[in-house]
Design a protein around this ligand. Structure first.
Ligand code: FUC
Length: 857
């Protein structure tokens, strides 16, 4: 329905990817039935509602938001976003449509896609020669040689503010509550005024493609509102009202991008009147507003324009407006929960009846109880999953630096795509937290970079094969460079993004995805690097030159991150080539890999070197820790197989400290988890919550930048489960603060879904649900003692003997394998097994079921 057609879409086979559908729709009648009607349930009393305390999956506040960045509550359906202020007399929803961008072709500034407007013969060689001769080159000098000012880069745009004025403004407001239930993905505002309880609900439905607002009261005829749209002045727009439909249509001054939004105002009772750019309703029992929007952006090189959005927006708005509110809400909740409910996390938390901003403040001040602290941490984990679902659904652009939420026409960094950490971090939680579908826009985006990125290869490198992007990208195929000396050159970025394709395959083992989509991308990127690696005169190894450790230091040859990324690409490509049967290229990738400097060196103070020369300063606390790429998100360092490198990584990480910006702390959670240090990982999570999290729980770089939310969710997952080394590592980095708990629905590489319980810091049981036939390798302390493994599907027990802490067994697709300790912690299962059953399992008697975890698949 949206004018987003990627090359990949057109080329795709009818069913390119077997999306895993592990979640069981939680459309239990009670989940969706209770709050639907126009008459809401009672507002929360002083003891708190069920949502405040019970589920622990609600952010709530006792005041309206006054600051967009730190206080508004975000809803989104991947295409449309809205931030809810919750004002009483005047409610404001800041609206976003993900493709509304200035810049690109047709921009008033001109447009150069980052490629050179005049050829620069010899410039790249001159930089390489100076680096070879002098060992390093100053970034300013390199930028003068290889950079140039960006033209028409643009910025992500706010669509506008939807304002809803209640007339007369409510007086004597009591019992005010503003909340966001992230399990239902519904925001809610309630208050009492003059004895009338008002309730407003807000959600962004992927099922129907619209944002929905519902205003109601517990007495008839009490909803009187007028609504209008406030638009920025960097566009031409007409706002008209006709038959209850508020339409804004126009184009951006900068690039002529056309946009349209429609707000359909549907009143139950009362009178509706069209004004000049407003729709008013008086004396209604309830009012539903349905918002649809679109632009004429299309992910099609080189023009990036498709159809005028009018027809699609009208069709979407009409279809949604024809449905009863209860149906819209039910469809939305079911759609969201099908994704969200796949993972549950129980840290034995106890959510206090306390507004979320007060809970965050108490956590920061060390005043929150341990159980309340765990409640905030578990909520923060799930919030990252919520935000990913809300900001990244198939058919639009990927989640940008602010996800989908933006209130300005000149967003920080344009709210663009920064692939030197930020864009990748956005997608770390996708596979591991069972939200594989959310990565689809990333793959569409990267697929769409092939043509513009190949033009950049030809312009910047003078070679022909493959494609690149550099430090920043926008939706219009900006794949070249700017001139910001410390952040303009990073052609390794696309190779890093290729890791997401291969990792997606490692999780799903979907051969069609690998053959049709991932491998062609990986091969092209490998070809680019095979064409552009250079011989290092120091040791004859193949290196990247010029090479720049993101935003840090001088240009050199063979900085660690550059080498580690290219090594990761070549290794993955060689493995993938073996699967798809491309033996010739496999041999070429392996040969290049053998000659490549791997970028893994231990330096003079036992640190992992950031550069090929030992230049690291132990007092340097730079936020980027790029040279640990091989530890995370790569797989070149492991405490088990390369302990000396892991130790060096720990020394480097320790020196960098526990500070940093939001995303930097989030990355450090992942690093410490990969180093199997749960307490340190937890400390970083605490640091992020205390110092880099806004009261609406958005990550604060500063400014608000959503990568840290996603990075933290990934970090928590890495603490609980890892599988990057082809073994499923159960509870690899459990902190002392999370001594007892349970998690369900996490994903491990190999197409496995994992549930776990633990007690006293030790695994007490876990279940591996295998999606494929084949060998699985498992590492768990539970296997150190006597344990029993039961195929839950057949009831049979398996002989599993760990070697060096790793058990290997052959799994069958569709079977679940239950690992249970026979010596300890059985009472911790406690979910459905009788004492007799538990004793029977403990005694290793076959034929009796192991205690079950609560599972939702
Ligand atoms: C990275 C960081 C900056 C900022 C920017 C958006 O390049 O180095 O700190 O987060 O992205």
């Amino acid at each position: 329905m949206w004018p987003m057609k990627s090359r990949a879409d057109r080329k795709r086979t009818p069913s390119p990817r077997r999306w895993r559908r592990r979640g069981v729709a939680m459309l239990a009648a009670g989940v969706v039935a209770a709050p639907l009607a126009g008459v809401p349930s009672a507002a929360a009393g002083p003891e708190g509602s069920r949502e405040d305390r019970g589920s622990g999956l609600t952010l709530w506040y006792d005041e309206p938001a006054t600051d967009w960045e730190s206080q508004t509550l975000p809803i989104g359906n991947g295409h449309l976003g809205a931030s809810v202020f919750g004002g009483v007399g005047t409610e404001t929803l800041t609206l976003n449509e993900k493709t509304l961008w200035t810049g690109g072709p047709g921009s008033a500034e001109g447009w150069n896609s980052g490629n050179y407007e005049q050829p620069r013969p010899g410039a790249l060689q001159e930089v390489r020669d100076r680096i070879a001769a002098e060992g390093a080159a100053d970034p300013e000098w390199v930028a003068a040689k290889l950079g140039h000012p960006r033209k028409g880069y643009g910025s992500y745009q706010v669509l506008g503010d939807l304002r809803i004025e209640q007339d007369p403004a409510p007086g004597d407001v009591t019992e005010y509550r503003r909340s966001l239930d992230i399990a239902d993905a519904v925001a809610d505002v309630r208050f009492v005024s003059d004895g009338v309880e008002h309730r407003r609900e807000y959600f962004a439905s992927a099922a129907d493609g619209v944002v929905v607002v519902r205003l109601s009261a517990d007495q008839p005829g009490q909803v009187s509102v007028s609504t209008d749209l406030a638009l920025p002045d960097n566009r031409t727009a007409t706002v008209s009202a006709d038959d209850g439909v508020l339409t804004s249509t126009g184009s951006l001054d900068d690039n002529g991008m056309r946009f349209e939004s429609q707000v359909r105002v549907l009143n139950e009772g009362g009178t509706r009147t069209d004004g000049s750019g407003t729709v008013s309703v008086t004396g209604a029992d309830a009012v539903t507003m349905v918002v649809a929007a679109g632009t004429d952006f299309a992910n099609e090189y080189p023009d990036y324009r498709g159809e005028d959005p009018h027809a699609a927006v009208t069709a979407t708005a009409e279809a949604a407006a024809a449905k009863p509110y209860t149906d819209l809400r039910a469809a939305h909740v079911a759609d969201h929960r099908e994704l969200f409910d796949r993972v549950s996390l129980d840290l034995r938390q106890d959510m206090p009846h306390q507004p979320t901003d007060e809970l965050l403040a108490a956590y920061r001040d060390g005043q929150a109880s341990p159980a309340a602290s765990r409640a905030l941490e578990a909520l923060f984990f799930q919030y990252g999953r919520y935000l990913l679902v809300a900001s990244s659904r198939g058919g639009s652009l990927p989640a940008n630096l602010q996800g989908i939420w933006n209130n300005s026409t000149d967003a920080p960094w344009g709210a663009d795509y920064h692939p030197n950490i930020n864009l990748q971090m956005n997608y770390w939680p996708a596979e591991q937290t069972n939200l594989a579908e959310t990565a689809e826009p990333l793959f569409d985006f990267v697929d769409g970079l092939q043509e513009p990125g190949n033009a950049s290869v030809r312009s910047l490198f003078g070679t022909e094969r493959g494609f690149i992007i550099n430090n920043e990208a926008n939706p219009f195929g900006f794949t070249g460079v700017g001139d910001w000396a410390t952040a303009f050159w990073f052609p390794e970025a696309a190779a890093w993004l290729a890791q997401h394709y291969y990792d997606s395959y490692r999780f799903s083992r979907d051969d069609a995805f690998l053959t049709d989509r991932a491998y062609p991308i990986m091969k092209q990127l490998s070809e680019f690097w095979i064409d552009n690696l250079v011989r290092d005169g120091r040791d004859d190894a193949l290196v990247v030159s010029p090479s720049y450790s993101p935003e840090h230091g001088s240009f050199t040859a063979g900085a660690s991150m550059s080498q580690q990324i290219v090594a990761d690409l070549l290794r993955n490509t060689a493995e993938a080539a073996a699967v798809v049967g491309d033996d010739e290229f496999r041999a070429q990738a392996e040969q290049t890999l053998a000659e490549l400097d791997p970028g893994l060196r231990v330096g003079s103070w036992d640190q992992l070197q950031e550069w090929k020369e030992d230049l690291d300063d132990p007092n340097d606390d730079h936020r980027h820790v790029s040279h640990l790429f091989a530890l995370h998100p790569g797989r070149g360092i492991s405490p088990h197989s390369t302990p000396e490198l892991a130790e060096a990584a720990a020394v480097s990480l320790d020196a960098r400290g526990d500070g940093g910006t939001g995303w930097s702390k989030a990355w450090k959670i992942n690093f410490w988890a990969r180093l199997l240090d749960g307490d340190r990982a937890h400390r970083l999570l605490s640091e992020q919550l205390k110092g880099s999290t806004l009261t609406n729980l958005w990550d604060n770089h500063p400014p608000f930048q959503i990568d840290g939310n996603f990075g933290a969710t990934s970090g928590v997952t890495e603490m609980l489960l890892q599988s990057q080394h082809d073994e499923i590592h159960i509870l690899p980095a459990l902190p002392a603060a999370w001594g007892d708990g349970e998690v369900t629905g996490l994903r491990a590489r190999g197409d496995v879904t994992v549930d776990m319980t633990w007690s006293g810091g030790q695994a007490t049981g876990f279940t591996l649900a295998a999606g494929r036939d084949g060998e699985l390798r498992v590492r768990s302390t539970l296997l150190d003692g006597a344990s029993v493994v039961t195929d839950e599907t057949t009831g049979e027990q398996l002989e599993v003997t760990p070697e060096d802490g790793v058990a290997t067994f052959t799994a069958q697709a569709g079977h679940s394998y239950r690992f249970a300790s026979t010596t300890a912690g059985l009472e911790a299962f406690g979910t459905g097994a009788s004492l007799d059953e538990e004793r029977a399992v403990a005694a290793g008697r076959p034929g009796l079921r192991a205690p079950r975890l609560s599972r939702r698949r």
